[in-house]
Design a protein around this ligand. Structure first.
Ligand code: FES
Length: 84
């Protein structure tokens, strides 16, 4: 007994990709390192990530800053800036 509670509390989330285009942050990091990418735009153009729902964009920014490719806690979504 108690196993079900233990297993419920031991679950963690794993955020490792743009799910809209199924490209991992690891793959993006390899590309970024090879191409000297410092912001999201070149990755958006190369992979199509951060173009649909945009939920991956804060993780991609964090990946570029820290080289982290697997996240275990949610980051706040980026609110799109429309117009000028
Ligand atoms: S998760 Fe990347 S655009 Fe939706």
């Amino acid at each position: 007994m108690g196993d079900s509670l233990d297993s419920c509390t031991s679950h963690s989330i794993r955020i490792d990709r743009c799910v809209c285009v199924d490209v991992t942050f690891e793959r993006m990091r390899v590309f970024a390192d090879k191409e000297g990418v410092a912001d999201v735009e070149p990755l958006r153009r190369a992979f199509g990530c951060a173009e649909s729902c945009g939920l991956c964009e804060p993780y991609i920014e964090q990946m570029l800053e820290t080289r982290t490719v697997i996240f275990s806690s949610p980051l706040p979504p980026r609110i799109p800036q429309r117009g000028s």
